[in-house]
Design a protein. Structure first.
Length: 205
């Protein structure tokens, strides 16, 4: 019978190394602190959603990410107080209500998702925290990078959803130097710069 053996000492070592790299990378952005988000979807990639998440939190990781509503709720039911991001975008009202009730950061990847999030936030009289998902070529979900002006028009109507982050998804799961990943990164940064300029114009900077 096959078994998966996790060496806790090595895992702690890897977490320390990731923290060191994140701290060093901060020099590229005026030494702003870089937040590490640990993705624990798929039952912690086989390591066990709850025990793996608790291990990460015990070792200084206070931001987790999951891909389903069920995973997010299980973490809350287990008593975890870390910030949790739901990576998938949903426009199903009951799902967004459940996420908001459990203080989960939602992902907005479409006008429909934004509209439902606004409705839920208004009904519950609270600000809903969210991240934007930009589709730079993977084609799974998210606002299309080439339609950033259209996306901005949707975002202008927000009143109860607070965008606090933006992300994309490379087509290749493992990093390697390749032209398409470089192109996806350029597309993503173009959207980011566009959003920054739009915000600066809005507040009159």
């Amino acid at each position: 019978m096959k078994s998966l053996v996790i060496n806790r000492h090595d895992l702690k070592h890897n977490i320390r190394k990731i923290k060191e790299i994140a701290k060093d990378t901060g020099r590229l952005d005026n030494h702003k602190p870089i937040k590490i988000i640990a993705v624990v979807k798929g039952n912690g990639y086989g390591l066990g959603l709850i025990p793996y998440s608790k291990f990460l939190i015990d070792n200084g990781i206070d931001f987790l990410a999951v891909s389903t509503v069920e995973e997010a709720v299980k973490l809350r039911e287990a008593g975890l107080q870390a910030r949790i991001l739901m990576l998938s975008s949903t426009a199903i009202k009951k799902e967004i209500e459940l996420l908001v009730e459990n203080d989960i950061i939602i992902t907005i990847g479409s006008k429909e998702a934004l509209d439902v999030a606004e409705t839920v936030a208004k009904e519950k009289n609270k600000q809903v925290k969210a991240h934007l998902k930009i589709d730079t070529g993977f084609g799974r979900y998210g606002f299309i990078y080439s339609k950033k002006q259209e996306m901005l028009e949707y975002l202008k109507n927000m009143k109860n959803v607070q965008i606090e982050g933006t992300f994309s998804h490379f087509s290749l799961a493992f990093y390697e130097k390749n032209e398409y990943s470089e192109e996806q990164f350029k597309r993503f940064m173009d959207v980011i710069e566009f959003l920054k300029r739009s915000e600066e114009r809005r507040v009159g900077k």
